[in-house]
Design a protein around this ligand. Structure first.
Ligand SMILES: [Zn+2]
Length: 417
């Protein structure tokens, strides 16, 4: 069988045919070069307006990188025609396998972009013997295409999340759509200011904004303010994931200052490596960690007491009646204030301040899925952590939309991966 036959099956063109296939050495590696020719009777298409035009001349041969085969790079080789278009003047023709000046074929770009969802970009570049830049450009192209073709009406519930992405205090604001069976990233912005979130609402039509019924977020003031101002009809829920996250951060703070103090006073650094057993729920602890927890409980430590308070708070989420939940919340807050543990008292103060929004959790239950943004938050962190080559905002933004945006892709004749 000829390679041409395979190509006609996976990548057929109407007005072009495959010619000779040559095996050549290119920079020390075997490479397949596939000649492409225009059909005899086919007229070149103007890349300006998409209409056929009179032939003008032919440029020198160009190589377009296609999906590799058997570990060999594959190139289409074609000399582009120029068109003398009545409307656009002299333009280079449009070909179905590539766009503009890009030397990667469209199929190869989607191929790289799909692999880049599964593997770090530098690995994709290494495996398919191409550059990091080519992988990035392919992903960027996939993201732009997807955003242009995605449907964003009918948004009933959104989750607003902040995430740290660089050392120090650099944050990103993420907005997700939360829907049964589909959670996707709709918006990424730098910082976690009011403007970061307002940018999202500016994208929406007045109608789309009106259709939002639930917003889940944490207790960050800038978000609270913008949500109240932009979608006043929506029920704003301070959700379980975000509240427990705040509490975990407080517990971690208690642990760190206590560990430092104990060490200073000459006690063994029992809390040093116990971060995970304090943050985990008991049923998720390994045997070894349980032993460590027992050891810890012998000390009457603030970290342990904070943890017990946190565990106790889990009961809050099991209430069905907002009234009873509210009573429990008030009682828990009083108890925690008496503990004299400063970071926990700080949690109490913000819980009290936002009592109504927290109790909204119970009115929204069953209508917004419980995990809200939890899974997405983890996925976003992994995306950021993976090596993407350059840690600039632009790259991270593209990477997040790519992995979390659930963006559509065009239909292909053949699925390469
Ligand atoms: Zn034209």
């Amino acid at each position: 069988m000829l390679i041409k036959t395979i190509l006609n099956r996976v990548e057929p063109f109407k007005s072009f045919v495959y010619g000779k296939v040559k095996l050549v050495e290119d920079m020390g590696r075997p490479t397949l070069e596939v000649e492409v020719q225009a059909r005899k009777n086919g007229r070149a298409i103007c890349s300006g307006c998409g209409r056929p035009g009179a032939g003008y001349d032919r440029l020198s041969e160009r190589r377009f990188e296609f999906v590799p085969l058997w570990g060999m790079a594959v190139y289409f080789v074609y000399a582009m025609r120029r068109v003398d278009c009545r409307d656009c003047g002299v333009t280079v023709e449009r070909v179905p396998w590539a766009r503009g000046k890009c030397h990667l074929t469209i199929s190869f770009r989607w191929f790289l972009a799909r692999w880049a969802k599964r593997l770090p970009w530098d690995e994709v570049a290494g495996i398919f013997q191409t550059s990091w830049r080519n992988v990035f450009e392919s992903v960027k192209h996939a993201v732009y295409w997807g955003i242009l073709h995605q449907e964003v009406d009918d948004i009933e519930a959104i989750g607003v999340d902040e995430i740290q992405w660089q050392k120090g205090h650099s944050y990103l604001t993420l907005v997700y759509q939360i829907k049964e069976g589909m959670k996707r990233l709709l918006w990424v912005a730098e910082e976690r200011t009011e403007e970061s979130l307002r940018g999202f609402f500016r994208l929406l039509t007045a109608e789309a904004r009106q259709s939002i019924r639930f917003v889940c977020s944490d207790m960050w003031e800038a978000y609270l303010k913008v949500v109240a101002e932009q979608v006043e009809q929506a029920i704003h829920v301070l959700d379980r994931f975000h509240i427990m996250k705040t509490m975990n951060e407080a517990i971690d703070k208690v642990r760190r200052s206590e560990a430092a103090r104990l060490e200073q006073e000459g006690y063994e650094p029992v809390l040093k490596h116990s971060r995970w057993c304090l943050l985990k729920r008991p049923e998720n602890l390994t045997d070894q960690q349980t032993v460590k927890l027992k050891e810890l409980l012998q000390y009457n430590l603030q970290s342990v007491r904070s943890r017990i308070l946190r565990e106790d708070f889990q009961r809050f989420w099991e209430y069905t009646s907002p009234t009873w939940a509210g009573k429990f919340l008030d009682e828990w807050c009083t108890r925690t204030m008496r503990s004299k543990i400063e970071p926990m008292k700080k949690v109490v103060r913000s819980l009290r301040e936002h009592r109504d929004l927290i109790l909204n959790w119970f009115s929204a239950r069953g209508q917004v899925s419980a995990g809200s943004v939890e899974g997405l938050n983890n996925k976003a962190k992994v995306t950021i952590r993976k090596s993407y080559g350059f840690r600039t905002y632009k790259v991270i933004e593209i990477a997040l939309y790519h992995t979390l945006g659930e963006l559509p892709e065009p239909k292909f004749t053949h699925e390469f991966c």
